[in-house]
Design a protein around this ligand. Structure first.
Ligand code: K1U
Ligand code: ZN
Length: 167
């Protein structure tokens, strides 16, 4: 297993639209293991392949306290989105920035699991928010893009300054 480098906003590669996985192979499963290890080490509750510069439609999520409840979504698609809820979000590609965003309250997604088997999943609460956040990454969208231009400019400047100071 390997720890992967997480792209940091405003890296242009975060704006890449990921391609569907055509066949779930051992190589896909090896990538999923590395993504999970990277997410646990960060630590985070979700990670999209886009964030580790792999532009395939793969997401890992684990909301469990014990970190043994890995959810894998390959080629996820929305079946339903209902209601609206405001929740605070963070992002491993935008470290230290937490902002309130409005998203669907309940969702149903269709996706392949790590064995290539199609599944449907109903989600609400933090899981629904996290799935939507990660699906945005696969579309090349970062959560800060929902904020005002002023906030985006401030976040960009803050992260660039912080990075310069840690070099
Ligand atoms: O996509 C990512 O960068 C992962 C992100 C997922 C997410 C969090 C909150 C709302 C929506 C999506 C994170 O994991 S940020 C870190 C975080 O939330 C966390 C870290 C340690 C313990 C618990 C939570
Ligand atoms: Zn994120």
């Amino acid at each position: 297993m390997a720890l992967l480098k997480i792209l940091q906003y405003p890296d242009d590669r975060l704006y890449t639209v990921a391609k569907p996985v055509t066949k779930v192979t051992d190589a896909t499963r090896a990538l999923i293991r590395d993504m999970a290890e990277t997410m646990y080490a960060a630590p985070g509750i979700g990670l999209a392949a886009t964030q580790v510069d792999v532009h395939e439609r793969i997401i890992v999520i684990d909301l469990s306290e014990t970190r043994d409840g890995l959810l894998v979504l390959i080629n996820p698609e929305f079946v339903r989105r209902e209601g609206e809820v405001v929740r605070e979000e963070g992002c491993l590609s935008v470290p230290g920035i937490y902002e309130n965003l409005t998203r669907a309250e309940r969702i149903c997604v269709r996706a392949l699991d790590e064995n290539g088997i199609p599944r449907e999943l109903e989600a609400e609460g933090l899981l629904a928010t996290c799935i939507q956040h990660e699906m945005d990454h696969l579309e090349g969208r970062v959560f800060v893009e929902y904020l005002s231009q002023l906030k985006q400019t401030r976040i960009r400047a803050k992260l660039i300054k912080r990075r310069r100071e840690t070099l």
